[in-house]
Each structure stands twice: as C-alpha cells, then as structure tokens.
Design a protein around this ligand. Sequence first.
Ligand SMILES: [Zn+2]
Length: 452
Amino acid sequence: MPDLVITNAYIYVDRGWEIPDGWIAVTGGRVAAVGASSEPLPEPVAESTTVINAGGKLVTPGLINTHHHMFQNLTRSFSPVVNSDLFTWLTTLYPIWSRIDDEAVHASTWVAIAELLLGGCTLSSDHMYVHPSPNLLDAQVSAARELGFRFYANRGSMTRSVKDGGLPPDVVVQDHDTIMADSERVVDAFHDSSPGAMTRVALAPCAPFTVTEELMRSTAEMAEKRNLRLHSHLAEDRDELTYCAEVYGCTPVEYFERVGWMHDRSWVAHFIFPSVEEARRMGEAGVGVSHCPSSNMLICGGAADIRKLRSFGTPVSLGCDGSASTDHGSMWMEAHTALLLNRFMNGPTAITAREVLDAATRGGARCLGWEDETGHLTPGACADLVIWTATPEAMAGALSDPVEAWLRCGPQHADTTIVAGRVLVSEGRLAHPGHSDILTTHRRIATELQNV
Ligand SMILES: [Zn+2]
C-alpha cells in the first residue's frame, strides 16, 4: 500500500519525462510509481494512505542547493557593508562571525533549512567554514535532523589568517592538525554513504586565499582515502586571480590541479574567471560547478557562463550562496535569476526553463554525487518532491507550458514539500511546530552579534 499519493498533477518526473495529468505514489520514503490519471494505481489506496489532490499544479523533484553558508543569516542585509566589494565585506564580517557558537549555528541552520523548505528545496549542502568554537557541524546536523531535511554538511576550514598573508583574522582560523582531526571526527560521526541517507559530509577548505597549500593537499588525500567529496570556492573574484599569481605563481585553476583536486569528486562554487582552456579541462575532469547567480550579481565580480560550462560537459548546479551575500534562501528565486542572467548574458536561446530546472535538480544531484537516487522522480528514487503554487493573478493566462510558466511567472512557493516521503511543508506552511520559538532565539542572537 502506498503511504502517500499525489493526484491530478502535472508531473515533471525527470529530464525528458513529463506527465501532463498524472499521479505519483510514495512508499517507504521512495517513489513507488508514477502514471497518467487514465491509468490505475499499481496498489489500491488504503485508509492510512495520505492522498493529496494537486489540482493541476506542477510537481517537480525537490530543488537541490549546492552552495550555502547558513550561519550568515545572522548578519543578513547588514547595512554597514551592503555596498562593499567582496574582500571589504568579508573583512568587516569576520570579527562578527568570530563570536558565533553552537546555539547560534543551530538556530541559523534551523531557520535557513526552514526557509529552503518553504522555497521547494529538499536537499542542501552547507559550507560551514568559520569555526570559532568546537562542534559547530554537530549543531547543524542536529537542526537538519529535527526538521527531517536531507543535509550535505561541508566541513569547511580556514588556516591562513592575516599574519600569514590571508584575509581572515586569527580568531576564525584553525591549525592544520585540528582541522584534519575534526574532519575525521565528523565524517565518522555523520557521514552516511548508504542509500537513502539523510546526512552526508564533504570536506571543504574555504578558498585559495584562506587556506594553505598543505591543507588543500591533505584534504584531497583524506577524501580519496575515505571516498568523500570535496568542495571549495574557486575563481570567484579578480582579487583571487591576483592573490594566486602573487602567492602561488599560477592561476586559481592551475593551483586547483596542482593540489590534487581535479577530478569528479570535486565541485566548486562560482567559477567565474577560468580561461576557456581551463574551463574545458575542468569539464573533461567532471568537476562540478555551483552557479550562484544572485550572489554573482550582488557582489558584481562577474558571473559564470554556464552555457559554455555545460558545452564542456561540466555538471552545473545552482546555489543560493551565503545568507549575507545573497540575503535570501529561495532556490526558486535562484533558478528564476539564473534564467534571467544567462539570457541577459548570452541571448534568448542561451538557456531554457527546463535546462534551469535540470540544473536545479539533476545537476545538483550530480555535483553531490547523488544522482542515483535524488534530483528526479523515477520509480525507486528518494521521495523528495514539491507541489508548486503561486497567486492566481501571477498564473492567469499562463496556459501553454507549465514548466516555462513555473520559472517565468511568480514568485512561486512550495505548496507542499516532501522529503523522504514526509510532508514537511503543507499549504505553504512549515509542519514543524517549533519555528516561532527558533525565530525568537535567532533574533536575540542576531541582535547580540550585530550590536557589539
Ligand atoms: Zn560562498
């Protein structure tokens, strides 16, 4: 018997597979079957089965976020630096972030995941690279588990402080051995490589200008030994090109190759400034890219050319980036912005709504090495899916193509978000009862951080 059935939906099952009027049945946290409304369900609906009539709405796989810094929602839209360049923005905020603790990280992660769920995201990575106190990843995993969210924690790190020619102050960096020991600890504690896992861990030194070459190499070796994924920022800013030339005597991509990261277990955020030849080499090696269009446009350092990256075979996904550089956590908005930005850059045939949706689903799964069971709704996949809704005014007249309408008319919100077969957002509201208490805690902590 199915645990849950969604009926009367336009179902985007996967790349090249759409059912204009259909149903989807979920059993044991997995997609059991999909079909057209004219076909019978393979098993009868039981009294205990939850039945949701989608009323013609679009159902898609849950969106996958491949780059975020959830703790930054404690300093969202922070007025002293809203008009600063990247390096000024970072050096102003590092001292504030140096005071976060496990309570702050738990609250910020909880709120960030709630926001992502309301925006139709069912699987997110989070690049947690500031560790002024121990066990912050533990607080993140705890928040994700409370909400029932599928979470890819990234054990971020910084070693190169101002005294070593880096950007961050001493107080937010850690030494090499501390980072490696804690990486082993969190992988042992939280990385679940089994099918249907709810928590996995990747290793994620922050950026070429914040860690030593030794740490990049050690991390790559540990990732290979333990079959883990690697993540970092790469080729994000022109200042990074200058920094790499002066410190390493090469470009960021040459550095990336030199430290042993050029393979298909790596994915990087931004990737705005490779040469054409470098982009081709990255694509051939299967290195994934998290495209963060809102962050690119707000930081004004340029934007990744994802049409070119896709032409080289690069797995391209979407990320909303840190909550203090993008200020929102809506993957729909990120997808919408990706459509606008890439058409603006490369013309009206640059990218279609379906290609953007594919990047936000299959592309995300590929970057996270999870394409076998996430990013699509084929039978057997994890039951991570969304029923979308917008105001009737926004959708009035959009009759010819539900997928194009989904990305162009909006804003779109999740009516229902389902993770592992569990309904976490229903009728646009978070199912978990604790959100108002967490928001109160979050406001207190954010006020304390911002007012010192
Ligand atoms: Zn970032």
